[in-house]
Design a protein around this ligand. Structure first.
Ligand code: PLP
Length: 387
């Protein structure tokens, strides 16, 4: 054999050593476009679409399949698909379920880029969006038109944490054949089971708690049996895929989700409770606190709370004061996204009808895995810079 052929032929046995299979705890990373068939019969089966195995790199490699299977089981759904980011999962779900002439309802406190996608992109395809209050509940029926095809919910809503009455909405939607989608990133399937509440499609920004280490972008959509074929065939037709490395990291993150989330939950609650009576804090917006306006809905539907919440500053401060506060924090990084082990802070003002929020300065905290007393000290020290 010529050396050129020898190079290509050599070193290809990678799933066993001396007749013994190699089984690492985590799946090996399947980096590949071409997947080799065992024989001509398998190739023929692939050509006629009946080959049961993986036919090609875009046919969902084992890393992606393992992650999807694990998440699907947690969500209690029927089928799960991975996307390159949370917003990619959201936009593709909307494309998969909508067509020109449709109308959709989206809660106004939805993740900002989701709203932008509806306004800027769906609009181009003649799909109309009506934004409804984050607490619309059964009043959703007053917004439904003859061509309303989908309702997109997020609960708690981004930044302002309103809790939506999900079963009231899904009950109405189901009777009318309207698809319901829930962005369940905050609670994760551990603290809210969307399918038990009648939701048809559950979205996760895996970037957040599921992966948990702020080192990748990843998204997932899980559907019930009724809508599984629509999502599966859309996904297959577009030959969407994610990188096997990212899928492996996502699966690794998922393994420690329960224990991380428990710590995020208890630290965030401790800090939220301690901030409530603080002289510079007008209110703390955390669904698990009895002071939250929809606390009863949270208690009814959720089995836990995660580490992201906000507090509203009493009074108005000039930017220099806010800068002095935020820049003085030693343990809180200043940056977007959340759900990782490092604590983060962002500051914003939000256009909401709720008088606790309208026109006020909201400080959003991602409580990470640092010691909660250290985090609280850091915040209390920081808040003194507002004087
Ligand atoms: C971050 C986020 C997304 C988008 O996730 P990416 O992976 O960053 O694209 C979607 N929904 C919610 C609620 C989010 O917080």
């Amino acid at each position: 054999m010529d050396v050129k052929s020898q190079i290509i032929a050599g070193g290809n046995d990678h799933d066993e050593v001396k007749g013994k299979s190699v089984k690492t705890v985590n799946p090996p990373i399947y980096q590949g476009s071409t997947v080799l068939f065992d024989d001509y019969a398998d190739l023929q089966d692939a050509n006629s679409g009946i080959y049961p195995g993986v036919t090609y790199g875009t046919d969902r490699m084992p890393n992606q399949r393992c992650f999807e299977e694990a998440l699907c089981a947690l969500e209690g759904g029927f089928l799960c698909r991975s996307f390159q980011s949370g917003i990619s999962a959201i936009s593709h779900v909307l494309y998969a379920f909508l067509k020109s002439g449709d109308h959709i309802l989206v809660c106004e406190n939805v993740y900002g880029p989701t709203a932008s996608f509806c306004r800027r992109i769906l609009k181009k395809y003649d799909i109309d969006t009506t934004f409804v209050p984050g607490t619309v509940g059964a009043n959703i029926s007053t917004h439904i038109r003859h061509n309303t095809k989908l309702i997109f919910l997020e609960s708690p809503g981004s930044n302002t944490f309103e809790i939506q009455d999900i079963p009231a909405i899904t009950g109405i939607a189901r009777k009318l054949g309207i698809v319901t989608v829930l962005d369940n990133t905050w609670a994760t399937p551990l603290y809210l089971r969307p399918f038990d509440l009648g939701v048809d499609v559950s979205i996760q920004s895996v970037t957040k708690y599921l992966s948990g280490h702020s080192d990748l972008l990843f998204g997932a959509a899980t559907v019930n049996e009724r809508y599984a074929e629509i999502l599966a065939s859309y996904y297959q037709t577009l030959e969407l895929f994610v990188s096997p490395q990212d899928a492996a990291l996502a699966l690794r993150g998922l393994k420690t989700l329960a224990i991380r989330l428990k710590q995020h939950e208890s630290s965030a609650l401790e800090i939220a409770r301690s901030l409530e009576p603080h002289e510079k804090v007008d209110s703390v917006i955390h669904p698990a606190l009895p002071s939250h306006p929809q606390h009863d809905l949270w208690r009814r539907d959720f089995s836990g709370s995660s580490g992201l919440f906000a507090f509203v500053l009493k009074g108005q401060y000039p930017d220099e004061k806010i800068a002095a506060f935020v820049d003085s924090l030693e343990l809180f990084g200043l940056g977007y996204s959340w759900g990782g082990y490092k604590s983060l802070v962002t500051v914003g003002r939000y256009d909401r009808s709720d008088s606790r929020i309208a026109g006020k300065t909201l400080v959003r905290l991602n409580i990470g895995l640092e010691d909660s007393a250290d985090l609280l000290n850091d915040l209390q020290r920081g808040l003194r810079c507002l004087d």
